[in-house]
Design a protein around this ligand. Sequence first.
Ligand code: HDE
Length: 726
Amino acid sequence: MSTDTPDAPVPGAPSSETPSYGEPTSPRSPLPPTPDQAAPAPVSATGASATAPDGVRAQQGEWLTTAGGTPLAQTDHSLRAGRRGPVLLQDHHLREKTMHFDHERIPERVVHARGAAAHGTFRSYGAADGLTSAAFLAEGVETPVFVRFSTVLGSRGSADTVRDTRGFATKFYTSEGVFDLVGNNIPVFFIQDAIKFADVIHAGKPHPDREIPQAQSAHDTFWDFVSLHTEAQHHAIWNMSDRGIPRSYRTMEGFGVHTFRLVADDGSTRLVKFHWKPRAGVHSLVWEEAQLLAGLDPDFHRRDLADAIESGAFPSWQLGVQVMPDTPDQTFEGIDLLDPTKLVPEELAPVHLLGEMTLERNPTNYFAETEQVAFHVGHLVRGIDVTDDPLMAGRMFSYLDTQLTRLGGPNFEQIPINRPRCPVNDLLRDGHHQDAVHTGVAPYHPNSLDGGNPFPTPAERAFVETPAPVAAGEKVRGPHTSVDDHFSQTRMFWLSLTPVERRHVVDAYAFELGKCYEQVVKERQLACLARVDEELCRAVAVRLGLGRPDGEVAADVAPSPSLSQLGLRWPVAGRVVGVVVDVTIPLAPVLALRAALQAQGVRTLVIGPRGGVLVGTDGTELMTQRSLDTTRSVELDAVVVGAAPPPRPDLVPVEGAGLDPRLDLLLEEAWRHGKAIVGWGAGAAVLEPYDAQPGVLVTDSASDVAGPLLERLEQHRVWERLHPTG
Ligand code: HDE
């Protein structure tokens, strides 16, 4: 289709008044960057803009130029001596274009290489009074944020839905400087001391000889390490649970993991753990779905985040803290708060909500923003300080260090996505990629030649390290935790899960250990499971065809029900429903169904036997977003069937016989993955084999579909089908 007439209506396509469905179904004109997409103007030492006002580069002017701005008449042919003669070295445009292309790639992050991000706003409730002096947590303050979600182990091109921990890193551009909350979707970590980070990551990364498997923990080196280094067992069981395969970045909790110290205006301090609570609830995929998606749509989470934002279903989270007293021993209810392998159950310290974050804008350019964003746990603001957790201390060093290599020099804070949105007045100068044009002659302190500027900020407005007492004693290389207990919270997590969640954990261990080659590794991990729970160990041992080792489980461990993901109902905005239709039915009711779902923020994908526009028996035109060739149920949260398209002749042995196998597969997988399936009219007949199954519903007409469908979607999955006994 011609892009010269991008605004020409496409039959059946949503009109310009209709909200977007997040699917690029019709051609559209290239959008110029809107004012809010402009990168913040670089800030010079004086706080003034240091370069040209147009922070966003390229595709803004009409005429092609070199990087130096010289207009070019041609970019398709090299300069040659004669039409078939040699290419000339004087062709600067060729050399500049090739040189730049040759250097387009930068080193990927050593961990968290695969990610997706979005812009948003954090709105403070003002509930932090008396807890912290941080200005962005005062009542009603709105702070721009940029959030990057990631997997940990895989490289930049790996699949989104692998079993792994997810990164959840938030950059708050506050009026008092940048605050980065660089967390994960799992509240504990594999190690207690930063010196073990290289070990755990080397164990999880692909084997060094063949460089396989990619983005997986289902291999010998990982389980070799975690079964020997048993403080990793707690984090590992979270990975084996549904938390390791989130449905969406939008449906993940986030955790700061370490204990932080909040400092109030009066100097009083509290120890806290940060939490992000998703408004959409905590939901996961089932493992087979995650595996299929890794092949069918490796960008599933990235696409989901961008589509949800584009369709107006803005993801949002509440930020909260668990507040504990800042006691000299830094423990709470017997839990060592400096031990990042332990969590504090919410039943003991409820989460006190401080504000809400909404992500409402996709990045304009992946590389400029998502790839070049540089988080750092040392980006702290007044009122928020670190503790002596040695894992955190290692991170304070590591994040600056890694950006030097990754972003090519010390001035990465000047890259637009990293720039503070407040005056910057440092004494840092020069270096690779220096963007600021500093004024003044005295970049040192104290000075008289620049009138003494910049002056130290008065303490009440500055970030001042808390004068917390430090443990005295001898220099020592040894464990820092007060208790060496690796299994009681691992057991607590297991005991807190519902039967269906436990079954998933057993399935995950059986898969992961089953993928190991070394018998000794499997046996050693089984010995660890024997210390977590007898039933868990037995179930996994049976699946591996091994005996169950003896082991003593920790006594008196109480479950923490808040660790389970199930049991509540959640908003459905951003959920995706596929509706199978064809040209043998009236399509006006399908439009009405789509509008009813859209009103709740649910995205509808119309699935036809083929792509393009369908014209129903009532003359209504409907644009398909998918065809039976391009979709599988794994990209959907529920399936609606309104028609029984005749099978494609080349896919069935006898012409016209039975269901189209692609539709058959769609239904069968949706059923197996616990999704709601609703049919009406000819679609109801298609569902006869699933008659009376939980979560399979048949209605008289399309207008009756939305109600029961939405009710099921609120519970995420048809749990009684996934685990018939409980
Ligand atoms: Fe990180 N981590 N980490 N990490 N981490 C990085 O920094 C590191 C840890 C986390 O989207 C790297 O810029 C060490 C815990 C996230 O850009 C690197 C240790 C938690 C991200 C690094 C840890 C995290 C990173 C790689 C042990 C959860 C992605 C690229 C002492 C609380 C941020 C980069 C993004 C990234 C080091 C442990 C979360 C190498 C040494 C614990 C979400 O600096």
